[in-house]
Design a protein around this ligand. Sequence first.
Ligand SMILES: CSCC[C@H](NC=O)C(=O)O
Ligand SMILES: [Zn+2]
Ligand SMILES: [Zn+2]
Length: 424
Amino acid sequence: SQNQSSSSSIISRFQEYLQINTAHPNPRYYEAADFILSQAESLSLESQTIEFVENKPLVLLKWPGKDPKLPAVLLSSHTDVVPVESHKWTHPPFAAHIDSDGNIYARGSQDMKSVGMQYLEAIRKLKDSGFEPTRTIYLSYVPDEEIGGRDGAEKLVESDVFQKMNVAFVLDEGMPSADDKYRAYYADRSPMWLVIKATGAPGHGARLYDNTAMENLLKSIESIRRFRASEFDMLKAGLKTTGEVISVNLVFLKSGTQTPAGFVMNLQPSEAEAGIDIRVPPTVDQDAFERRIAEEWAPASRNMTYEFKEKFSTLDIFGKPAVTIADSSNPWWVLLEEAVLNAGGKLEKPDIFRGATDASFFRQRGFPAVGFSPIANTPGLAHDHNEFLNQQEYLKGIEIYAAIIKAFASYAEQTESKASKYEL
Ligand SMILES: CSCC[C@H](NC=O)C(=O)O
Ligand SMILES: [Zn+2]
Ligand SMILES: [Zn+2]
């Protein structure tokens, strides 16, 4: 109806989704699922809620195509958001307050409740216009992306349900762009979350001697920092993009001997450890990189050990870098690019996403996936305070998705469901 499709009701629905606090560590997943299901019902989409893991509902929606033999397209999104420091926000992060410039402030406004709702609003527009899909479109609303995706998107891609969906292409989140060109991503960097640990002889704080835990750890940290600087230099010099360098950031340092009175000052501790968030592009040889870690950053000769708290493989099931071809040889890329242009958008050359998204799980299993969020002219504030999205930008994004979804749903070529035919 006219009322349902007015700009103000579109914005109200977005606000309603944003107002559901799905921040970790206690995301209100059932409220989010109920909301998505109510939207699906209003659009007459088929729906299914799956709990691959208890208390972590995943909602799957289906807009059936006229030709069910054609492989489907999946529009992926996650329902969870990262935590907030409420008092550091100018507007409460789950109020979805709209200021006089039309900026909607909320955690998730960029990452990625916007995208999840825009998919649905685009479908509403297409339905209102009388469009009927030839190819089936699925939409997934998954939990836990922000804490690694193992209980969300990874469970989905490994499931029989997913197999039966016969998915040929996945669209997932991207990043906002500060200029007028949208960004699209054909790969993610793989997280390698490393903890290195040094042990050493404890002793009097006044004594100078070799092989203390602190000294052993600090030698590694010096080496890690030199490596970090060399990668950062390539970025600063413009020789590589953010997605093409290896980033190495220290995220914790832990040592010392503590008592209820505080740290003991005159005791050199026997253990020291550091946590490092490492992200490697898909072309990096992870085995060689791990050898470097074992030899230079955590050598046993310096009483050091290491472990990975998380590690995503850069390779897919075919043993090739888990990248999606983003050129004229991939019809899905061509459709996406043309649809964005036809809807009045501009697209930057595709890049590698600096973080890890759920798209990684699909690419790892050979499914082509592109990361794209229709957010331009907006500072990237995902995971930051005062995350916002302008309502005009949000509405424009719906037009962009309407064009993309229409193009995908109309595409009648019999495509393969796996990426195996796209060679690097
Ligand atoms: C180990 S997967 C972590 C996923 C997370 N994704 C979004 O920020 C990230 O840190 O990139
Ligand atoms: Zn996200
Ligand atoms: Zn995020």
